[in-house]
Design a protein around this ligand. Sequence first.
Ligand SMILES: [Zn+2]
Ligand SMILES: [Zn+2]
Length: 345
Amino acid sequence: MPIVRTSGRLPDGRAIHFYDADPASPRRELAPPGPATTPPASQLRWDAWLDEWVVVATHRQRRTARSDVCPLCPSLGEIPGASYEVVVFDNRYPALPAVTGDPGPAGGHCEVVSYTDDHEVALSGLPLSRVETVVTAWADRTAALNERPDVAQVFCFENRGAVVGATLAHPHGQIYAYPFVPARLRRLAEVADTRWDAHRECVACVTVGREHEDPSRVVVTGEAWTAFVPYAAHWPYEVRVVPHRHVPDLAAVDPWERADLAHVLRRVLGQFDGLFQRPAAYVLSWIQAAARPARPAAHVYAEIVSPMRSPADRKHPAAGELGAGMYVNEMSPERAAAALRGEGR
Ligand SMILES: [Zn+2]
Ligand SMILES: [Zn+2]
C-alpha cells in the first residue's frame, strides 16, 4: 500500500505533512509558504543536581483549553481542506525552545500528529490501514528529523485522556525532537550498551525470547512484534510492544513489519479500552535510538502505560516514586496481563 506524503506550509509558516493511503484522497494545493514563524520562547535550564535538562515553557499555560473549537477537525481549526487521513504539523505551542539565549543546546522541535479527521474515534478504533498510515508517518518523521543537525533524539508519543494531561479530545499524538538525549532515554541506552559491550547481548531480543517461552505476561503475539507486560512493571497496567527483529528505530522497520505493528498496536490499545469497559487513559511512548552516533545495542519499542488501577482510581506517584525513584506496583504483572487479555472479565 503506497502512502503518499504531501508537504507544505501553513499560512503562518509552520510546516505541515499530509499522509494519504487512499488514491481518492484529495491531493492538496498547499498555500505558498508564509514568513517562518517564531515560536514563543521557552527556556532550557540545566539541573546540575540531577545531570538533566528542564524546559520552562510558561507560554503553554495559554494553550488551547478543552472547551475551545477543536483545532484538529477539518475546516474548523488549523488544518486546511475538508477532509484528511493522517496529518503532521508544527505545534503552535511548542514545549521545546527553538532558540535559546543561554548556553546549551538549541533546536527543539514539536509536532502534532492527527490520526484522523474524525473527532470521535480512537487510535484503537481506526481501520487497520489507517493505523498503518499513522505508523508510516511516525517512521517518516523520525527519519526526516534524525537528519537535522540540531536534533539529537526523536520522541513520538501520545497522551490519551484528561487524566494524563491531554488538552484535546481529538485522536492525536505528538513528536518531540530534542536537541539533547533526555535523561531516561539516556539511561535506557546506557544500560543496553553496557550489556551489549559485556555480553554482545540485546536486552530487548533476550526478553522477547523469554516471553515467548513463558507467555504468562504476553498480551498479543504478532508475526513481527510481541506485546507483553514487563516482568518488573512499574505501573498497574504497562505494556511493551517490541519487534522481533533487532532494529534501532521506526525508520528501520520494514513495510510488512509496519503492517504487523498496526495490527498488534490496535489490539493492545483495544485491550486497554476493554479493561474498564471505557476509553482508557494512557501514555504511549516510542523508545528509539538517538539520532547519532549509531549504537549496535539500540532496539526500538513502544511503552504503553495507564496510571489507572480501576475506572475511578489512579496510581499517584508519591514519596517512594518521586523522592527516591523506587516504584511500588500493587498489581501483579501476570494478573495485569491476564486482565488485558480479557480473562476473568
Ligand atoms: Zn476534532
Ligand atoms: Zn535487540
